[in-house]
Design a protein around this ligand. Structure first.
Ligand code: BEZ
Length: 212
């Protein structure tokens, strides 16, 4: 297992899943990807997370992001569990759940943290750009369900900052003012950002969201 760092190529893999065998790179194609692990099937927090992910499919689709979940249970178990998730969360889980019984993918992505649990994955999140580089990593404990609004917010920031020389401030949401990249002089910023630049401090320059 090699440590994965931001900017590294997301390791490719082929694995069984709830929708059959998938290859990560083939599955993602030209899309962004979000790969997230779950401790185990038929567990309460995971059930709410996967149901929420399915309910948010339209939002992920809008952003050209494909979802892939993972747990160390088998594909047959995943398929039975998906029936429960769909029933209790009134949704339709269509994205694959990797069946990582041999822990091959969990090891590749360092999703098992032995001091938390020797065998089950923690709640890891990897956001992968279309060039296959890892843009974000998050690690939550089993006891805390993830916030899918926050995941969409981060994707909005990643996609905006990939295309414009800006960064997004604390608690930023799509459409709000953004920070001019520190690498740009205020003089240049005024030419680039035609909606206006406000110099709060020489190192803190705000501009309206250039994408909205
Ligand atoms: C859950 O998904 O509810 C869960 C899984 C493992 C440990 C604690 C909670």
């Amino acid at each position: 297992m090699a440590t994965i760092r931001l900017g590294d190529k997301a390791p490719n893999f082929t694995a069984d899943s709830s929708i059959g065998e998938i290859n990560l790179y083939d599955y993602l194609g030209d899309s962004w990807g979000i790969l997230f692990s779950h401790p185990a099937d038929f567990t309460p927090v995971c059930t709410t997370e996967l149901g929420t992910a399915a309910q948010f499919k339209g939002e992920f689709d809008k952003r050209n992001v494909k979802m892939i979940a993972l747990s160390v249970d088998g594909a047959a178990s995943h398929k039975e569990w998906i029936k429960d998730i769909n029933e209790v969360q009134h949704t339709n889980v269509e994205f694959p759940i990797i069946a990582d019984e041999d822990r091959k993918v969990s090891d590749l992505y360092d999703m098992i943290h032995p001091k938390a649990d020797n065998t089950l994955t923690v709640r890891s999140v990897f956001i992968i750009a279309p060039d296959r580089t890892v843009k974000l990593m998050l690690t939550y404990p089993a006891s805390t369900g993830r916030n899918f609004y926050e995941l969409l917010r981060v994707i909005d920031s990643l996609q905006l900052t990939a295309n414009h020389k800006v960064a997004t401030p604390a608690n930023w949401k799509n459409g709000e003012d953004v920070v001019v990249s520190p690498a740009i002089s205020t003089e240049d910023a005024k030419t680039i950002f035609t909606k206006g630049v406000k110099e709060v401090k020489p190192y803190l320059r705000m501009t309206p969201d250039p994408a909205s």
